[in-house]
Write a protein that binds this ligand. Structure first.
Ligand code: ADP
Ligand code: F6P
Length: 322
């Protein structure tokens, strides 16, 4: 194998650059040219490829976002779009592809693999929803950002005797919300996997007030069935929470920032493993952290279900919020 392409796709996550750098530097080790595809599948369809040099990936290890940029693209979801993508790869003499991204991006990677070109996926999404790996690139950094935000909110909440509703990202997966609620000392958490009703949130906040707490924090995952704005309206209509209630939606702040040491190491190891796996002739596989080791698992397995949350964390959250 002499020529591979690498792209980042879907929602960006901190550590994507470290993974790109690792792919390019591993290419140098094995005398394989690495071409960067700009803006994910949109760039693939437009033939937006350029050769990545070692110089071009210098100084990016610590940068959030992705130097290749990312995009969402509807055309690539169609069989005609996928065939066009394969044609573009052939035009550039590309013999293998590395797709760095979340579940949607890996569905695209699987489609390319099924068309016959070797493809390896690299799990990168703050949501931690990909199965088959202990974790994905960006999760640790996002968690650190959320926990720091919760600490800040608690400072102001206790100064004013207020309750805060904090909305945390995670499209279908409550991992970030649940773990940050434990690490940020929240009173209650509601996630798609174990949703707490608006009434349940109300009762937890009232309970904290009655116990004389100076503040209360409810962490709500964006994927629950009610909107956090509805929740705040509901609480103010009840009128008996005790605390004044405020809402903070953390939003895309959670996706940015310099990757943590953990994410830099994970992304570096995954980038190296991805190129080595392509070189060994693997395809349709996703690199994964399995216990302490790098492994590969079928992309189909990684996508078969949303990565389940360890149920013990729900017990921890309950016990520690007393
Ligand atoms: P993420 O990778 O972060 O989950 P998306 O779900 O938006 O982000 O997916 C990123 C891109 O991957 C989409 O815009 C589309 O181009 C491609 N994609 C998503 N689902 C599929 C699919 N079922 N088949 C082919 N390509 C897909
Ligand atoms: O999948 C990562 C993620 O950050 C989700 O947590 C969130 O729902 C979504 O992307 C937001 O995507 P967008 O970039 O379209 O705002």
């Amino acid at each position: 194998m002499k020529r591979v392409a690498v792209m980042t796709s879907g929602g960006d996550s901190p550590g994507m650059n470290a993974a790109i750098r690792a792919v390019v530097r591993t290419g140098l080790e094995y005398d394989i040219e690495v071409f960067g595809v700009r803006q994910g599948y949109a760039g693939l369809l437009n033939g937006d490829f350029h050769k990545l040099t070692s110089f071009e990936v210098s100084g990016i290890l610590q940068r959030g976002g992705t130097i290749l940029q990312t995009a969402r693209n509807l055309e690539f979801k169609t069989p005609a779009g996928q065939a066009k993508g394969l044609r573009r790869l052939n035009e550039h003499g590309i013999e293998g592809v590395i797709v760095i991204g979340g579940d949607g991006s890996l569905r695209g990677a699987l489609a390319l693999h099924k068309l016959g070109i070797p493809v390896i996926g690299v799990p990168a999404s703050i949501d931690n929803d990909l199965d088959g790996t202990n974790t994905s690139i960006g999760v640790d950094t996002a968690l650190n950002t959320i926990v720091e935000s919760l600490d800040r909110v608690r400072d102001t909440a206790s100064s004013h005797t207020r309750a805060f509703i904090i909305e945390v990202m995670g499209r279908n997966c409550g991992y970030l919300a649940l773990i940050s609620s434990i690490l940020g000392g929240a009173e209650i958490v509601s996630v798609p996997e174990r949703e707490v009703s608006m009434e349940g949130i109300h009762d937890a906040l009232v309970d904290a007030y009655m116990r004389g707490k100076s503040h209360a924090v409810a962490v709500i995952a964006e994927g629950v069935s009610y909107k956090t704005t509805e929740l705040v309206d509901y609480l103010s209509q009840r009128g008996d929470v005790g605390f004044e209630v405020r809402l903070t939606i953390l939003g895309h702040i959670q996706r940015g920032g310099s990757p943590s040491a953990f994410d830099r190491l994970l992304a570096t190891r995954m980038g190296v493993k991805a190129l080595e796996s392509l070189r060994e002739g693997q395809s349709g596989m996703m690199v994964a952290l399995n216990d302490r080791d790098m492994a590969t698992v079928p992309i189909e397995q990684a996508l078969a279900r949303i990565r389940p949350i360890n149920p013990n964390y729900f017990d921890l959250a309950r016990i520690l919020s007393r």
